[in-house]
Design a protein around this ligand. Sequence first.
Ligand code: GLU
Length: 172
Amino acid sequence: MCGIVGYIGNSKASPILINGLTKLEYRGYDSAGISTIEDGKIGIVKNKGRVKELECSKDIDSLNGTIGIAHTRWATHGKPSSINAHPHLDCHENFSVVHNGIIENHSELKDFLKNAGYSFVSDTDTEVIPNLIDYYYSKETATHNKFAIAVNKATKDLNRKFCNCCYFKIRT
Ligand code: GLU
């Protein structure tokens, strides 16, 4: 179980996301994190511990994007740590994901992606999601809706339990 917040608007996203996470903290509080997009780049700040620690972390002010996603975690796969905290990126740093729930077939998907050249840094089940999206995105030949098509294909591969996700991409 976890809390997920997303924001798209004209204001700086991080204070709005922190406020949302604070309200959702009862859903999970072993770690917390935020991604925003700025100048076509994903910035991430994430920490082990409560939302207050994220709010007070020295890097939080560096997130100036006005589009963002955020997560407060209750670990199911991988201990509470800053590496295992969400959001998670694919290994090419194109896609950022926060996720609630369990990916039951994560080991098998990890093996498939490793064989396709993907690498992983965390112990979470979640990290297969951005990598799978990147995999399908890189193979997609359609010129429109590539992101939606890739997310749809990736989602079909996941054996999910209690799941919700927020995704974003930096490429068009
Ligand atoms: N299974 C994911 C993890 O352990 C998500 C847990 C959650 O829902 O907070 O990171």
